[in-house]
Design a protein around this ligand. Structure first.
Ligand code: ADP
Ligand code: MG
Length: 684
């Protein structure tokens, strides 16, 4: 790609007029990156029509309207005493003389609003119309413009999925500036590149919701290119592995540590675990590196399988790095694996971003010397200054949390090391070939003996009181409870219970309730989590956001309550539910739903009440997902595509995968791979 274009795509959003570092950081939260390219790959989710209406009587409650209004009277909201909460009201009239009220609740910008709406002036106002006390009312209009500036209000406004502290106007401003600058950067580029950016232009300036549908011309084009990029990365990765030049020396084994491991385990491995371990060992004996994905439902015991692979590697003298998505999970793995390693004489260590100074230095030395045979950690494992003596195996836990790039960066620290990926998110069989085409797959389809299925029920929010009195005796008897509240998007008016409020109310009833959420610093969060996990502490309830979503293992927890369960995808709910039922006691899951639940939402919850089989749930998830209804793709537990829709684009999956296999991977395809961030470390 032309350097000028690449530079532009990589430009930090903070350099766009009106953005700056604060907004750029907020964009980063929403976009998953803060470059111009990250913005371009973030498509609007809907279109809001703001065509002009002249008569307010032609509209109904809930419509977004744009209407010329004559300002009649001002009534200031009170700022003290009992009238503190009274809104500022501006009464206007439309062209027919119908009265329309504009209300502001926040009095701190009062003068600003009143200046924008002087008495006797005509203004064009756009916002949501509501019937309040029988009068058409607009609360906090989105736009107020003088009549001659009517064109400043977009007729078809693209609505972007947003986050805290970012308005649609900010999105529109950034988009406009990017697309004003683009044509110059595209000068002299080839047709394919221009066609790609032209498709992006159409998607960012949609005229109607039809333009954003998965099968609309431009969305489908982009989805195809995105799939082509991913499928090509898979093909390259396979070719590279099979390339004779990459064959490695098969390491000799000296001891039989594996039988020792079996002896010291406090339980017998399941058949499925044994089968998976055998598949892994066979791969490890080949001269081409292993690339194996282990799919096993939550609680199926993937960690021990990973340990077996690490032990096998250690007895050849080589090292294993186990990559976990969070510090907490890394710590948990370490606490579990270290004592076992100790017993069989393998040095196991942990390395996270929290290791600093001398302690970190010592750990690095031990890794470099080859003394440490198993290192558990986070992204810190592939920091520049981390060196391994002989990294033979990379294990990626909760693999959907990492991109190909990250796993390859870690693999690059060794000489063609084996790769073992673990995933608790079952991918429907119909899709796994196209998603994980470069991997061999083992399935652990069996839970350790003695596990009882989790009893799952759903209740409306109104019955929370009943629920509390119901579980009270169990809590008094020492049952441990996870209480999950979804993250609230503050800018939205929703009926969701904020984590904090729920925490306070539960803490009034039960003492010793713990609270963890993403905004807390990690140290405090881990301390609370550790206290909850500790059987000797009296903390019986842990109120949490989805920071506990993946992997946390507290075998004594037997109840999980999930509020606003309709906000989560099926896969995410199944994951969350998997936090209980990890011992041999009967466990329970209660799904609480809000008033606004749709019939699709109810159906989703029913699936969970009926089945415990992760694969069946994954199939249903794919078929039933009401995408718009969910809190965000992050919580769905699926691989995140920008334009691809799993349900609607199955044909494109097949087309792209065939094209990637049969055609030469040309310069343009490589550009696509770097645009979609899936090829950087793959291939030549
Ligand atoms: P996941 O597959 O979700 O990562 P873990 O590896 O965390 O599951 O295992 C869940 C729990 O089951 C752990 O406490 C683990 O020690 C235990 N476990 C694993 N395998 C067996 C087994 N074969 N028999 C009994 N318990 C087991
Ligand atoms: Mg796990």
């Amino acid at each position: 790609m032309k350097q000028e274009l690449t530079d532009f795509l990589n430009m930090d959003l903070q350099f766009i007029r009106g953005v700056g570092p604060v907004l750029a950081a907020r964009f980063c939260d929403v976009l998953g990156g803060r470059r111009v390219l990250d913005f371009l790959l973030h498509a609007p989710s809907s279109v809001r029509n703001r065509g002009i209406t002249e008569n307010v009587m032609d509209t109904t409650h809930g419509d977004t309207i744009t209407i010329p209004l004559l300002v009649k009277t001002h009534r200031s909201g009170g700022t003290f005493g009992r009238s503190r909460r009274r809104p500022t009201q501006i009464t206007c009239a439309d062209k027919m003389g119908n009265s329309v009220v504009i209300q502001f609740f926040n009095s701190s910008y009062l003068d600003y609003w009143l200046n924008k709406l002087p008495i006797g002036a005509w203004r064009i106002v756009s916002g949501k119309i509501e019937m309040i006390a029988g009068r058409p009312t607009i609360n906090h209009p989105d736009f107020i413009e003088e009549m001659q500036n009517a064109e400043k209000i977009p007729t078809n406004q693209a609505i972007y999925p947003s986050g805290e502290g970012l308005t649609q106007k900010t999105f529109a401003n950034v988009r406009d500036q990017i697309f004003v600058a683009l044509p110059e950067k595209l000068n002299g580029t080839d047709d394919q590149t221009r066609e790609f950016f032209d498709a992006l232009h159409h998607v960012h300036f949609p005229e109607s919701n039809d333009d954003l549908a998965p099968n609309s011309t431009y969305v489908a084009k982009l989805a195809y290119w995105e799939l082509l990029a991913h499928q090509s990365a898979i093909v390259l990765s396979r070719r590279k592995r099979d390339d004779a030049a990459n064959h490695r020396i098969v390491r000799p084994k000296k001891y039989d540590l594996i039988s020792k491991l079996r002896e010291i385990l406090p339980f017998k491995l399941t058949d499925a675990q044994n089968r998976t371990i055998n598949e892994i060992f066979t791969d490890m004996a080949h001269d081409v590196p292993m690339m194996r994905l282990v799919q096993g439902d939550v609680g199926s015991g993937k960690t021990i399988v990973a340990l077996a692979a690490a032990v096998k590697m250690a007895e050849t003298g080589a090292q294993t790095a186990l990559l976990a998505p969070t510090d907490t999970l890394a710590m948990q793995h370490f606490m579990k694996l270290q004592p076992l390693c100790d017993k069989i004489g393998i040095v196991c260590d942990i390395l996270t971003g929290r290791d600093k100074g001398t302690s970190r230095k010592e750990k690095l030395i031990s890794l470099r010397s080859g003394r440490t045979k198993l290192v558990v950690g986070t992204h810190a494992l592939f920091s520049d200054d981390v060196e391994y003596r002989d990294l033979g195996l990379v294990i990626v836990d909760e693999q959907h949390r990492f991109g190909v790039t990250q796993r390859e960066t870690l693999r690059a620290k060794g000489n063609n090391p084996d790769l073992l990926a673990l995933s608790a998110t079952p991918i429907p069989r119909t899709l796994s070939m196209t998603i994980y085409g470069d991997m061999d797959i083992s399935v652990i389809n069996e839970k350790p003996a003695g596990r009882l299925p989790i009893k799952t029920t759903k209740i409306p929010m109104a019955r929370v009181g009943d629920l509390i009195s119901h579980i009270r005796p169990q809590i008094d008897n020492g049952a441990k409870v996870f209480w999950i509240c979804p993250l609230v998007d503050e800018s939205e008016v929703t009926d969701m219970t904020a984590v904090q409020t729920r925490y306070e109310s539960l803490n009034r009833i039960f003492k010793n309730v713990g609270l963890v959420h993403g905004q807390m610093d990690k140290k405090t969060r881990d301390a609370v989590m550790a206290k909850f996990a500790d059987n000797n502490s009296d903390m019986n309830i842990l109120v949490a956001t989805t920071v506990i979503e993946v992997g946390i293992d507290v075998p004594s927890a037997t109840i999980i309550v999930i509020e606003n369960a309709e906000r989560f995808g099926l896969a995410a709910l199944h994951q969350l539910r998997g936090r209980v039922g990890r011992g041999n006691t009967q466990s329970y899951c209660v799904l609480i739903y809000g008033n606004n639940i749709s019939s699709d939402g109810l159906k989703r919850l029913d699936v969970l009440c009926e089945t415990d089989d992760g694969f069946a749930i994954a199939e249903q998830d794919l078929m039933m997902r009401g995408v718009g209804e969910l809190l965000g793709t992050k919580q769905s537990g699926w691989i995140q595509y920008h334009f691809v829709d799993y349900r609607e684009h199955r044909d494109l999956f097949r087309l792209a995968s065939r094209a990637a296999r049969d055609n030469e991977i040309d310069a343009w395809t490589r550009d696509l791979m770097s645009i979609f961030d899936c090829g950087v470390n793959v291939g030549a």
